[in-house]
Unconditional design. Sequence first.
Length: 216
Amino acid sequence: MSSGSAPTTESAAATAFPLADPHSLQDVLIALEHLCSRNHGTKVSVGEVVQTLGSRSFSPFILAIGLIALTPIDSIPTLPTTFGVIVFLTASQILLGRKSLWMPAILSNRSINADRLKKALEWLEPRIRWTDRWLGVRLTFLTRGPFLIAIAVSCAGLALIMPLLELVPLVSTIPSAAFTAFGLALLIHDGIAALVGFALTAATLIAVFELARLPF
């Protein structure tokens, strides 16, 4: 992502539209693709994504960041670190009990080529259609109360690890998948998705431990 030519948060509010109560992975994907189409030939900023998903929508935003981080676009240098910082701030605000999402201008103005992002999102489409068939409202207690805190803490912890994982190709895909699972868990109240997120969190920690043991 770059920062020089991105629209400000205020201009993002003018050009983007809030997504009305998303209920699925595909809802979020369609909203992001629509935003990319509107910005054809220019860039999409973090602020515009927030405005599109709604500033009160923490779970769709975590889900959106996880989805984008799972695409081939994640290979751009420093992008996993940027995703980590964004998710850390979002998870921290969940823990603080904020009712709306706040992003500093330096992050809101971070942007990426809209056409390149749209192409990356299109790569996800068949995978998202398959995933949506397996989602549902179940084991909802795993998405509330102390488990909500555990999800936010897990996201924050994974986000702090993301800059380190950027040094190892493809490993950042594991926490990105965890962000996606946790975002789905909170969006749909799917406890199975939360369990997948916790499993991916454990897998990330194991991977970091094993990498730390390697001789460099």
